[in-house]
Design a protein around this ligand. Structure first.
Ligand code: PLP
Length: 356
């Protein structure tokens, strides 16, 4: 694949105060675009100045939500290198998402080539301060101008980049979560495992309600019995038993298979913890929290890496988890994983891809 480079002749000023970056608000000088046309395949891979899209108001994505995306990060290391964390996992997952939403699949090698071409132009936008990163957002949309409900014959794949601040400005901060027992995010046979915008649309009302009640995130239960734990917000959910066993809901089609989730399970096993993927009944989990058997809980995802949970609201009752503060296992996993990402801990798993 040949990536055409058209560089901007009016570069933006990079943010000077990296402590005020926040998340997903500032974008770099360039973006990658690749088009797909049925019969022709993927074509016109190009890096161009960051710009608005021009879409026909009838185009498929705006009506029926044929859209998928990914999220990963580029990290600047102490010795000035740029690290990507398991990027091919993201593009593999994007292919699985595309298949489920009936979209064309972009080969992983071409997506990687496009990303590296874009980073060759914009990697210096990766911020320097501890914990900061360059957030990478690959996206694919259906672009046929047609109001019929069917698979689009044309797609646009693009990648945009956003310098992002440290998720935790002053160390890991625990949050409270709210068990949602009415609304559901996804159902078996549906699109829960795909990273598609519709899943987020389905989640927003519940998250607004949880925040109104004073909780940072929603704990989602399964869509059939509303009894088995699925995810927390847009993160996977992990529990630690007796300080030595890491347990997470097994993938069942409605849970998004997080790359951080997979990394925590693999790293946890390597660090000597028992790891288990199983059905988790909310009633058992609440009982185990109350009895003290369940000692830590945290969410996992690219944005936060791990997000410790110190209290949970279930049927109007608020229950504290563990001893409060950050659990030992949670902290250990966070330190090891972020160490690998930022290049301060040896990458024994071969997870890092260097940006040249
Ligand atoms: C992206 C996402 C995750 C986390 O996936 P990572 O690959 O770890 O970033 C978890 N749940 C949902 C619903 C997601 O969209």
């Amino acid at each position: 694949m040949n990536v055409q480079m058209t560089l901007s002749n009016s570069l933006k000023a990079k943010p000077t105060d990296e402590s005020k970056l926040g998340f997903g608000q500032i974008f770099t000088d360039h973006m990658l675009m690749i088009n797909y046309t049925e019969g022709q395949g993927w074509h016109d891979a190009r890096v161009v100045p960051y710009q608005n899209l021009s879409l026909d108001p009838s185009c498929q994505v705006l009506h029926y939500g044929q859209e998928i995306f990914e999220g990963l990060k580029c990290y600047r290391t102490e010795n000035g290198e740029f690290n990507l964390f398991r990027p091919t996992e993201n593009f593999n997952r994007m292919k699985r998402s595309a298949e489920r939403i009936g979209m064309a699949q972009l080969p992983v090698e071409e997506a990687m080539e496009g990303l590296l071409a874009l980073l060759s132009a914009d990697k210096e936008w990766t911020p320097h301060q501890e914990g900061t990163s360059l957030y990478i957002r690959p996206t694919m949309i259906a672009t046929d101008a047609f109001l019929g409900v069917s698979a689009s014959k044309t797609y646009l794949f693009y990648i945009i980049l956003s310098p992002s601040g440290a998720y935790y400005a002053s160390g890991l901060a625990p949050v409270g979560i709210y068990v949602e027992d009415e609304l559901v995010r996804a159902v078996r046979g549906g699109v829960g495992f795909a990273k598609t915008g519709g899943n987020y649309a389905a989640s927003i009302l519940a998250s607004v309600n949880a925040k109104k009640n004073g909780y940072a995130q929603v704990l989602w239960l399964d869509g059939v019995q509303q009894r088995y734990i699925e995810e927390v917000g847009a993160m996977n959910m992990m529990f630690v038993y007796e300080g030595k066993r890491i347990v997470t809901p097994a993938l069942n089609g409605s849970i998004l298979p997080g790359i951080t989730r997979d990394s925590v399970l693999k790293l946890g096993a390597k660090l000597g913890y028992e790891v288990e993927e199983t059905h988790m009944d909310i009633n058992d989990v609440i009982a185990d929290i109350k009895s003290g058997k369940l000692t830590e809980a945290f969410g996992t995802g690219t944005a936060a890496v791990v997000s410790p949970v110190d209290k949970i609201c279930f049927k109007g009752e608020e229950i504290a988890i563990g001893k409060g503060g950050i659990g030992e296992v949670t902290q250990k996993l966070y330190d090891t994983l972020t160490g690998i990402q930022f290049g301060t801990t040896e990458d024994t798993m071969d997870w890092i891809v260097k940006v040249k």
